[in-house]
Write a new protein. Structure first.
Length: 84
């Protein structure tokens, strides 16, 4: 009986410790999951919509056309100077 009482007391103590450890781990896991959710939103690349890609591409094409026009005008101006 004495051995069973000591074993029961030891097991009760162990259960209390493990329950406390489990609560601590659950709290830590919740904090880590919350942090992961915040980071995931910032780190995972989101695909661009068609409209966004099209607008960016149109702006790029417009800029290239303007640059080509400027270069053509400068080339024509430089060539006129040499012949004149």
């Amino acid at each position: 009986v004495k051995y069973k009482t000591a074993e029961s007391t030891s097991l009760d103590k162990k259960v209390t410790e493990l329950s406390s450890d489990r609560e601590t781990m659950s709290t830590e896991l919740a904090a880590v999951n919350e942090y992961y959710a915040k980071i995931k939103d910032r780190c995972i690349a989101k695909p661009e919509t068609y409209e966004t890609r099209k607008a960016r591409r149109d702006a790029e094409i417009k800029g290239l056309k303007e640059a080509l026009t400027v270069l053509e005008q400068e080339t024509a101006f430089v060539q006129r100077k040499r012949t004149g």
